[in-house]
Design a protein around this ligand. Structure first.
Ligand code: ADP
Ligand code: MG
Length: 288
């Protein structure tokens, strides 16, 4: 039987915008060893802005942005949304064929007889496109048209206001290890991790590599300690499902993520995770 106090704890949490799907998760929150975060949309706002357009000589910036916008027009990835916003014009979706979103890589699509690729270095490598790599602290979207490199678009995200505080508080309430996993490039990953005071970062990961890293971290934690994964659900539902406690950010998150998660934070603030753990600890004092 479940002690009555658990219901109090779950109810108290829900008043704070934290949905805990059962007493066993409330109890697990008492004993957190490792907290693993996704980056985009979780520790950062996931609201990217186009900051730079580098077009090759044979093409204008406007054309490059147009190719990118057509490629991204079916995607709901934060990167896609920023490119479409920067483009700002209507898109004739009838012209888009063979749309393919390749998880952790980018987009491949056919538009008016041209094949367009929009994505990261991995996508260019895989499709054997020679590209000019860019040194930047932003996220880079390389564009290729008919197998030839056409230019790159740099976009930047911002760290959420309360991310740094949340990482610090987690340490204060006894969390051993804080880790960030990201599919984004190393420069971005390391910069964000340093700024936030995270113990560790693993970058350039594909979705299934995120699961592998999570399993490695899980093996390394203390015997009774629990591992939390916190994500916004875009590309990370498998990791959410694999953690002892999968935490989804409900604001940006997809329905699939909310379904896969054990705890749902109704707003996108990392500090809500700290609140959830504190509520769990208070509940335990009442129950036992
Ligand atoms: P994160 O781990 O930061 O949440 P994702 O796993 O969603 O990132 O994506 C990893 C990387 O894959 C992105 O940083 C980007 O380089 C590339 N990517 C994913 N989706 C797209 C897209 N729609 N357009 C361009 N690039 C993309
Ligand atoms: Mg993500």
């Amino acid at each position: 039987s479940i002690p009555l106090g658990f219901f109090g704890g779950i109810g108290g949490a829900s008043k704070n915008g934290i949905l805990i799907k059962g007493g066993n998760y409330l109890e697990a929150l008492n004993n957190v060893d490792t907290v693993v975060f996704d980056k985009t949309g979780t520790l950062t706002k996931g609201v990217f802005k186009v900051t730079e357009i580098n077009a090759n000589k044979n093409i204008s910036k406007e054309e490059l942005l147009e190719y990118a916008a057509y490629a991204e027009s079916h995607s709901n990835h934060p990167i896609a949304i920023s490119i479409l916003k920067a483009y700002g014009k209507d898109i004739n979706k009838d012209e888009i064929e063979n749309y393919e979103e390749i998880s952790g890589h980018g987009i491949k699509v056919k538009v008016k007889d041209k094949e367009i690729l929009a994505g990261n270095a991995k996508l260019m490598d895989e499709k054997k496109v020679a590209y000019d790599s860019v040194e930047t602290i932003g996220t880079i979207v390389y564009i290729a048209v008919n197998g030839k490199f056409a230019g790159s678009i740099i976009i930047s995200d911002e760290i959420k206001e309360d991310s740094q505080k949340a990482i610090k508080e987690l340490k204060n309430i006894g969390v051993n290890r804080t880790v960030m996993l990201t599919g984004d490039n190393k420069q971005v990953g390391v910069r964000v991790a340093k700024e936030l005071g995270l113990d560790e970062v693993h970058a350039e990961l594909l979705p299934d590599q995120k699961v592998e890293k999570l399993e490695m971290l899980d093996r390394q934690k203390s015997e009774k300690g629990k591992l939390i994964f916190v994500g916004d659900g875009i590309n990370d539902a498998p990791v959410l499902a694999r953690a002892d406690i999968g935490v989804a950010m409900g604001g940006l998150g997809s329905d699939a993520a909310i379904e896969a998660a054990d705890v749902v934070l109704m707003t996108d603030e990392p500090m809500k995770l700290v609140s959830a753990i504190k509520i769990a600890k208070r509940t335990r004092r009442i129950v036992w």
